[in-house]
Design a protein around this ligand. Structure first.
Ligand code: 3PG
Length: 215
């Protein structure tokens, strides 16, 4: 998929759940609950031993899920996530080595940026759509708003410290395509297997339509 295809894929959803999952046994009902609630695009972070197996299992077993890999830091990880069927990859920042590997990867990369210089660098490398991370500590809505006039080409998926209320505000920005976050799968609900609660949170999040593509 091209970089533009990635933008279409991710911007077609309001919210991308960012998930840290320890086991396939948890992953399947969790992913089913999120998809049933209306959030089919899932980012599984490579922060657990089970992450690669989880990506493969969700891709095979959960109808409707579009599963990507998060916390991809190095070229070798891009290769690994391609092998288990990840449809996209997300990195918290960007290095030359990773961007170079992404050019030849079948898995499109959503690279991270947190400053104007980093955004300029990614635009130079042909990445128009990027993750703004860490969104809240990095300046939040006001920061993204300030980037829009000088860098109108850039589009963002802000992630980091976002909840349902903040998501609503981010989604009003002209340069925001979607938001990412873990609030739709709270740790206590995952631990107790409260899939009904997670489905309800997903339904609420899926209803956060992008309210302004032009403002
Ligand atoms: C990420 O990896 O994008 C963030 O850790 C998700 O941030 P959150 O847990 O604050 O939503």
């Amino acid at each position: 998929m091209s970089k533009d295809g990635l933008e279409d894929l991710l911007a077609g959803t309001a919210v991308v759940p960012v998930l840290v999952i320890d086991s396939v046994a948890t992953a399947i009902p969790l992913a089913r609950a999120l998809v049933a609630g209306g959030l089919p695009i899932l980012e599984i972070t490579l922060r657990t031993k089970a992450a690669l197996e989880v990506i493969r299992a969700i891709g095979v077993e959960v109808d409707g899920a579009v599963v990507g890999a998060g916390t991809v830091l190095a070229p070798g990880q891009l290769e690994q996530v391609a092998k288990v069927g990840a449809r996209f990859a997300v990195s918290p920042g960007a290095t030359e080595v990773l961007l170079e590997a992404a050019r030849d990867s079948p898995v499109p990369l959503l690279p991270g940026a947190a400053t104007a210089s980093e955004v300029m660098h990614l635009l130079e490398r042909g990445h128009r759509f990027m993750k703004f991370f860490p969104a809240e500590p990095g300046g939040g809505v006001a920061y993204l708003q300030a980037l829009a006039p000088p860098l109108p080409e850039a589009r963002f998926c802000p992630t980091g410290g976002i909840d349902a209320e903040r998501a609503r505000t981010y989604l009003t920005l002209s340069n925001v395509g979607c938001v990412g976050g873990s609030w739709v799968a709270p740790g206590d609900a995952v631990r107790t297997g409260d899939w009904a609660r997670i489905r309800a949170l997903a339904t609420e999040a899926a209803a956060l339509r992008k309210t302004s593509a032009t403002s």
